[in-house]
Ligand binder design. Sequence first.
Ligand code: BTN
Length: 324
Amino acid sequence: MSTSANLSRTLLLQRLADGQFHSGEVIGAELGLSRAAVSKHVKALTELGLDIFSVTGKGYKLSKPLSLLEHKAITRLLEQHDNIQLTVLNIIDSTNQYVKDLRPQPTSGYVCLAEAQTAGRGRQGRTWESPYGASIYMSMFWRFDGGYQAISGLSLVVGIAIAEALSELSLVDAKLKWPNDVYVQGKKLAGILVEVEGQLGGGCDCIIGLGLNVDLPEKQVNINQPWTDIIRASGKQVDRNILAAHLIKSLNNALTLFEQRGLVPFLSKWQSLDYFYDQPIKLLMGKNEVQGIGRGIDANGALLLESDGEIKHFHGGEISVRAN
Ligand code: BTN
């Protein structure tokens, strides 16, 4: 999408965000667009998951007010975190891809947020549904010196940081599914995708992507596993700017500690948040599967599974919860 179309859609939504009727003609005049162009942008936004309807003589209206992400509102809450640099985007293919493509490369603590993704990426090559304004889509950049060993357990630390941010805001009591899903009441609330680029000379550049459901439109989402969002799980309204700022702070603190001390300070936190501790687990690894009882993680973040009286360590795979 062109920059000018993206800008027009941002401005259009700023007008519609209050949930009131706005005449297409007036919006067009304000934005320097024809009525047909306004209608085209509205259609495109509807395809991104927004519920906008039109009534002859009254104009366009969002089915409910929308609180948009605001750079200023978020940075105001990040004052003491000098390393954090924030970009807030409107519509992008994927925030992870955006961060990956940045040149010059950002420094640790750079964060990018978007209102919608057209090609959001999930784990195992899956897509991540990213309707407009319905979630937090966030990617943080962090460079770790010391090669791949330095990042073992990273995604577990990210999950802990998310659970802690949600608890600080008294929103939900989240649990973690190894290696990197956030669950509430047995349903997936958030997912983490860490993409790593190793450098000659040892450093690891990590793009830490987080998708957290806030208020998903039931109609448009097509997720083949039980899911929930903040509004459904907590019954509370949440300001996405405050939520984003808490997530950024929590992640920044956790990554700073992880960089200094590794996984050790997080082991007991993981144990208290582990959704499958002492539970029967089916672990999928490509075409293979292993069954056992979850016994937490080892010092490197590997999953511990007990079967036939023996505890085995698993570094990869995914705990099965899907319908297919
Ligand atoms: C999963 O499959 O559970 C991981 C989902 C990760 C989604 C987030 S949304 C922000 C960031 N950008 C992406 O393209 N993906 C991650």
